[in-house]
Design a protein around this ligand. Structure first.
Ligand code: EPU
Length: 434
């Protein structure tokens, strides 16, 4: 176990380059299983989640080589379609069902791990694969899938545009016999980048109106070289770090198209930004204003952005409100912020009776943040990936020293984060915890 020791209270300045997006790179590794030819990913992030996915692929029979920011992966033969002994877990293995069914007609992958931010069911994944012709058994350890006669095209309508279920259906449909229509699908930039990679591999995928995809199965996919898009979640974390500490940072390679909703929020709270060919520079010219924000599917305000934004809002003058509509339990981090001196209340029901997204099951979906608050360093334990980043940002804002334990969770999604933050002037040190 490792921890970060952080001395806060300094304005951070300079520039930081985005890594390739975790939530695209991991899916692209799984997509590579669809072909027996070599796939190259450039701008590949060396993070915990790609390591876990590499282990999955090696178990299946892939040859995986990572050199700098380049991954080469080739799966000439599926040597093992029953992958159970993984040393660590994330949410990726279920996406391998489609490619394994396409290659060998059967698959078994472990049940999912990942962040503890709500129940995170996979009913839409299972239903989509079954509609495409798979038979699936779910047991306490694994998902077991077979498709003796192969997968076939079908129409699938999602009741919610789930990112993972859409990816799962696309990965299964690209080599299924016939045509597939996906209705009310997710359109997140990482998913669209996966679609671009698959198109380069020979897939036939069209995007229609109203969140619809039209896919025509092809018998074979081939090699590809693809550059993973820059991580927009990192961009938001660094932008929030800038606004919370009051510095000025150029986030290299940040893409305006992926951040339109977030940039509006920056301006509304009194932050500023400049978009150039190099990236986006963020700063905070004046004091910050409070804001009401509700998370949504893309192109709305993403759920992964509410946690770093909450730290910024602890420094705004007035009461801000966040309504989380994607996950049932994503306000755990507010306890850490309150421990440092923030004034945040969370509610099951909104004080003004806004409709709840989830049924009453004891989950907190609304937060009210009363600012500005003086934050003071303290000890924190990382709860999950994004709230771990909250711990870091809050510690960098806070006066005095903080100790953040369990930083391996942060390493799952942020490459070499301590060294990169040092370049901005952050006082952060990695140490072993005992
Ligand atoms: N859902 C269902 N049934 C399903 C699938 C999803 O009810 O079959 C519900 C979930 O329980 C959740 C909501 O739908 O309440 C959203 O889930 P979705 O499937 O869209 O998300 P995901 O694929 O599990 C990905 C990212 C998340 C990101 C979300 C939303 C990956 C590995 N994870 O999760 O990222 O928050 O999309 O954009 O791509 C992170 O990077 O830290 C992270 C959590």
């Amino acid at each position: 176990m490792a921890k970060f020791l952080i001395r806060g209270g300094k304005k951070l300045e300079g520039e930081i380059r985005l890594s390739g997006a975790k939530n695209a790179a991991t899916k692209m590794m799984v997509a590579s299983l669809l072909t027996d030819e070599e796939c190259i990913l450039e701008n590949f992030p060396d993070i915990g989640d790609t390591e876990i996915t590499a282990e999955l692929c090696r178990n299946v029979g892939s040859e995986v080589n990572i050199s700098g920011q380049k991954l080469s992966i080739k799966t000439e033969k599926i040597k093992n379609s029953r992958v159970l002994q993984l040393s660590r877990k994330n949410r990726i293995p279920i996406l391998a069902l489609g490619p394994l069914l396409a290659r060998v007609g059967e698959a078994e992958v472990p049940i999912l791990g990942g962040d503890k931010i709500g129940p995170r069911p996979v009913d839409l994944h299972i239903k989509a694969l079954e509609t495409l012709g798979a038979e699936i058994k779910v047991n306490s350890e694994s998902y077991v899938a077979t498709a003796k006669n192969g997968l076939h095209g079908a129409e699938i309508k999602f009741y919610f545009p789930s990112v993972g279920a859409t990816e799962n259906a696309i990965l299964a449909a690209v080599m299924a016999k016939g045509k597939t229509v996906l209705k009310n699908a997710a359109l997140e930039p990482e998913l669209m980048d996966l679609v671009k990679m698959l198109q380069k591999m020979g897939a036939l995928i069209e995007l229609g109106a109203n969140r619809d995809f039209y896919i025509e199965g092809v018998p074979k996919l081939h090699s590809v070289s693809h550059r993973v898009l820059p991580d927009r979640n990192e961009a938001v974390s660094f932008a929030c770090l800038t606004m919370a500490t009051g510095g000025k940072i150029l986030v290299r390679e940040a893409i305006q198209d992926h951040l339109i909703t977030f940039l509006n929020v920056v301006r509304r709270i009194g932050g500023e930004y400049e978009v150039t060919s190099e990236g986006i520079t963020f700063w905070r010219p004046n004091s910050l204003k409070p804001l009401d924000v509700e998370t949504a599917v893309h192109p709305g305000f993403m759920t992964d952005w509410q946690q770093p934004l909450a730290v910024v809002l602890t420094q705004a003058h007035g009461i801000s409100k966040i309504h989380e509509t994607i996950y049932e339990d994503r306000f755990g981090y507010t306890k850490d912020l309150n421990l440092l001196g923030a004034k945040i209340k969370i509610f099951e029901d909104h004080p003004k009776n806004s409709p709840r997204k989830f049924d009453g099951n004891g989950s907190y979906q609304f937060a009210e943040i009363d600012g500005p608050a003086v934050l003071r360093g303290n000890k924190m334990q990382v709860r999950d990936l994004r709230s771990g980043m909250v711990n870091i940002i809050a510690a960098l804002v806070a006066e005095g020293e903080s100790e953040i334990d369990g930083v391996e969770e942060i390493d799952r999604g942020y490459e070499n984060i301590d060294e990169r933050l040092k370049e901005l002037g952050a006082e952060i040190r990695r140490a072993d915890s005992f």
